[in-house]
Design a protein. Sequence first.
Length: 290
Amino acid sequence: MGIIELNQLSKFYGKAKGIENVTLEVNEGEIFGFIGPNGAGKSTTIRTMMGLIFPTSGSAKIFDMDCSKEGPKIRQEVGYLPSEVFYYDKMKVLDLLKYTAGFYQKDCDARMYELAEIMELDLKKRIEDLSYGNKKKVGIVQGLLHSPKLIVLDEPTSGLDPLMQKKFFDIILEENKKGATVFFSSHILSEVQALCNRVAIIKDGVIIKVDDIKSMREDNYKKITLRGLQIDQEKYKLEGVTHIINGEDSFKFFYKGDINQITKQIGNDNLLDVLIEEPTLEEIFMHYYK
Ligand SMILES: Nc1ncnc2c1ncn2[C@@H]1O[C@H](COP(=O)(O)OP(=O)(O)OP(=O)(O)O)[C@@H](O)[C@H]1O
């Protein structure tokens, strides 16, 4: 049984498609990345999982419970950080966090103070006096103070400065080491690459790929850079060669196929240098969205 199980999940807003036939399984202990550009359907998927909106068809289960029917029970063990955080502006940070802690059937005080200290959050301030980034920090502490079994993060790092992002990722990794499963949406690929074990790519409401980060980088493409003044570029018009970029004394391309074939070709050229690398996730992602 997966911690999250989405089966043919669709959500239409009237006639407008939010997501269509999303099927995914997230296993216990994974850090799972959910990536896609703006409007791809990430928040729709997550809101359906959290029982905040209802699916048009299909099912979403967390801990083997139906998200539409058992929302309150599921939420006891889920920490959710929405993409946009809205608050009771007049409340003080501490009062809001205590109010949140009151929803859980466990004592959250120690962890709450600990997280607030790590995130350098001023508990005495009113919400309305906080910057956007500091409001986001309140959301993070709110989402994690009950040490949930599943952490669901919808674009969590927007608004955080790099130092805070690092602290936040350290907290997430620590929670994961303690056993929490993490589901994490983002359009920033480097952070997904740094944090996640597996990733799903969503485009126009449809999942186009689910893979582990390692094989996604290794199995697909090689990024090849050749340096030299007399490279016969015509000879590289081969099957599997794409994304060609011509520089002054360099020639770059992506290659997918038999590595012997391409190295044979490279061996025929008089080169100053050659670099064969794994593409970054960013580059792979661009391929899927071209
Ligand atoms: N309440 C709504 N009413 C109508 N259409 C909606 C509603 N919410 C989302 N949509 C549409 O559903 C699609 C998916 O949107 P969603 O917010 O889930 O994407 P997203 O991947 O989270 O994007 P972003 O990164 O911009 O938050 C979009 O086409 C969006 O316009």
